[in-house]
Design a protein around this ligand. Structure first.
Ligand SMILES: [Zn+2]
Length: 360
């Protein structure tokens, strides 16, 4: 018995040793790119705080940026974290389609919207990090695309929570206007993010951040309110020992914990602030934000799937026939509105860049 335990501990120790070598192995496995630049060689606009090297040159052809997917620079991990995330969601979609009849069961459409919007936001994000370095206009255009993806994901979260996770008392309070307000907040946070980036030069960073973070925080609170309300109603009965925790609730806890920790890394440039110049390739706060948000999404999808399976008696009574189809139409409308907002802001950016180009 003692020998077996010692063997297990030995194996665990070896695995931990290997785990410590992962960053080094990752650094070595990608070809080093000789023509990346340091921060002083790129315009101020493209510099990231505490990231001193690994910048790709501007104004190269598209092939250069597409091929940089397989090269080592300071955006490589940002691209791959969300590409892998999108792939995981696609695999999950295929797995779920074996048990869920997405074609013929309208009650499964909110879950389908969540799956679609999750794939879209991670793909748009990966594209933005891959191609935004081409020029200043491309930077705006691709990150505006990223914000459209985020807006869609907010909608996907809202519809899945409202449809499957909601309790009767909260449903009675918000029925009829929950999803229209969620849709409006998606557009508002898309506008806040685009406008914040547009006023990059003229506003102090904290004003810009407020423009980006506050509408998104309001949207998150509203979209996740059915889950928070469910926690609040479940906790007293659980504390008394009258109620067990369901597996879906555990995954909902997981999604909230991952989201809150991802929000921390989105707003704070750590750990690169503590180790300036040492996180240029691996270890940036934004990379951690991507990973944690992808984990939040996976937990959320699984929680919604479990609710879809186990709470059918509740939600078929809450939602009238045709409501799922209406939510699908509203999803498309939210996409169109967010895309128009991004396009409108991009036209303003183009005018600003043209004007600055002429007055130089
Ligand atoms: Zn990102």
């Amino acid at each position: 018995m003692a020998t077996i335990v010692m063997e297990q501990i030995g194996r665990l120790f070896i695995n931990l040793q290997q785990l410590r070598r992962v960053p080094q192995m990752l650094s070595e496995s990608l070809p080093s790119k000789t023509d990346t630049l340091c921060d002083t060689e790129v315009p101020q606009f493209f510099r990231e705080r505490y990231i001193y090297s690994g910048y790709r040159a501007l104004h190269r052809n598209w092939r250069f940026y597409f091929l940089s997917l397989l090269q080592r620079h300071n955006e490589t991990i940002n691209v791959w974290t969300h590409l892998v995330g999108a792939l995981v969601v696609l695999i999950k979609t295929v797995q779920l389609s074996e048990t869920v009849d997405f074609m013929n069961d309208p009650h499964s459409w909110p879950l389908l919207i969540l799956l679609l919007s999750s794939t879209v936001y991670m793909t748009f994000s990966a594209v933005a990090h891959l191609l935004a370095g081409k020029s200043e206009l491309c930077h705006y255009a691709f990150f505006y695309l990223d914000y459209v993806g985020v807006s869609l994901y907010q909608y996907g979260s809202a519809v899945a929570h409202y449809y499957y996770a909601i309790e009767e008392s909260w449903h009675a309070c918000v029925r009829g206007f929950f999803m229209p307000i969620a849709s409006f907040l998606c557009c508002l946070s898309c506008f806040g993010c685009c406008y914040g980036k547009y006023r990059n030069y003229s506003l102090p960073p904290w004003v810009r951040k407020i423009g980006q973070v506050v509408p998104s925080a309001v949207a998150y609170s509203w979209d996740t309110s059915p889950v928070f309300h469910r926690f609040i109603t479940w906790f007293p009965s659980w504390a008394k020992g009258d109620s067990k925790s369901s597996p879906a609730l555990l995954f909902h806890f997981g999604q909230v914990a991952f989201f809150l920790s991802s929000a921390f890394f989105f707003t704070q440039p750590v750990p690169e602030r503590w180790f300036p110049g040492h996180c240029d390739f691996l270890g940036q706060g934004h990379q951690l934000f991507h990973v944690l948000l992808a984990m939040c999404t996976v937990c959320q999808i699984h929680a919604s799937f479990l609710d879809y399976l186990n709470r059918r008696d509740f939600y078929v009574n809450f939602h009238a026939d045709g409501e799922a189809a209406f939510f699908f139409l509203l999803f498309i409308l939210t996409f169109v509105m967010s895309a128009l907002i991004a396009l409108f802001m991009l036209v303003k950016v183009k005018r600003l860049l043209d004007y600055r180009g002429k007055t130089k």
